[in-house]
Design a protein around this ligand. Sequence first.
Ligand SMILES: NC(=O)c1ccc[n+]([C@@H]2O[C@H](COP(=O)([O-])OP(=O)(O)OC[C@H]3O[C@@H](n4cnc5c(N)ncnc54)[C@H](O)[C@@H]3O)[C@@H](O)[C@H]2O)c1
Length: 386
Amino acid sequence: MKVAVIGLGKAGLPLASVIADSGMDVVGVDISDKRVQNINKGINPIPEEKGLSELIGKYGGSKLKAVNDYKYAAEECNAYIVIVPLFIGENKVPDFSNLKESFKRLAKIIKDHYLVVLETTVPPGTTENLIKPILDKSGKKYFLAYSPERIMTGYSISRYKEFPKVIGGIDKKSGKMAFELYSKFCKKVNLVSDVKTAELIKVAEGVYRDVNIALANELYQVCEKEGIDYYELRKNANHEFCNLHLPGNVGGHCIPVYPWFLINKLDVPLIKKAREINDSMIEYYADKIGIKEGKIAVLGLTYRDNVKELAYTRSIPMINLLQKRGYDVYASDPMYDKNEIEKLGVKFTDRFEEMDGIILMNSCEKYKERLKLIKDRVIDTKGILK
Ligand SMILES: NC(=O)c1ccc[n+]([C@@H]2O[C@H](COP(=O)([O-])OP(=O)(O)OC[C@H]3O[C@@H](n4cnc5c(N)ncnc54)[C@H](O)[C@@H]3O)[C@@H](O)[C@H]2O)c1
């Protein structure tokens, strides 16, 4: 079986590299010409991903051949793993256009007995109700399975190598074929009853994190009202059956997105409330500033430390909120230069000492010692300045 990975982004490229590293030849398909060219030259487009540069340098253009043409993959491969992005917009409704486009192209080239596996995190039911009807138009007898990626940007290579891979087939034979494929390059593969179970497993992981962070945020607010240190409480409360999470803002492609896959369709009041609580934390922190006007800096713009990405970050809504409240707003982030920050519509500052207030959104290790000296003016959402 020769495999093609469709979508060479932050999730797909580490996967294709891990497949190549297992000794298999792999074709990577991406619509971005620049990305394809770089990979074939051995240049890693995601340098912050640990271990990826080494693998791309070793296999790019040889064992991992990147192409922008689905037809080439059709001639070379008989198994396809699709991992193109699915976003939600302002209205929280998923935008399936990348997925639809990708599977329409696949339906044109697929042949009898080919295996197709979807990895993109999707609302449960998507593989059966959206993807299968598109592939059925091919008129071919194909196998179809779902296997959620469970990576964390920055640690994807180790996740792919160590984390159990979950697989669900549209039927028994599809599940078995996908199981055999993934067993070639994954250490542990768990075949579950069906595609919908596999889809919901990934969504449930995100929901678990979101709900638990909401609980932490509520308890954090209780602690502040009662004059108690939440971090001390958490340290002493946690044990085998109690896992209080860290409080704070929730950003990134996963945790703030996946709960909507259930909220949009079902009556899930706890999950819905958790989303509201986590989204409202920017107001809670902004209320703590304690002055009505002045210069306020938002430090840390990325959705997580050390990942240069703004997807669903709460720092941009925080900047917008402070601007709306009439503050003179500045920003800084260890991963962005002055120009990049100003392009986001906010003034840059590295003169933290001149600010009347600071909202520390990420850990920003680089700034820590300076911030400790002015910590009375810092709203420390990460609890790191103590
Ligand atoms: N990045 C993460 O940390 C992360 C974590 C968990 C899950 N995921 C999952 O991975 C999915 C993909 O996210 P990502 O972070 O890799 O996205 P990304 O934006 O980094 O990359 C997506 C890639 O797909 C390519 N692409 C888009 N449409 C295509 C098409 N029709 N055919 C071929 N290529 C196409 C783009 O050119 C791009 O290179 C997400 O929707 C999510 O389900 C990502």
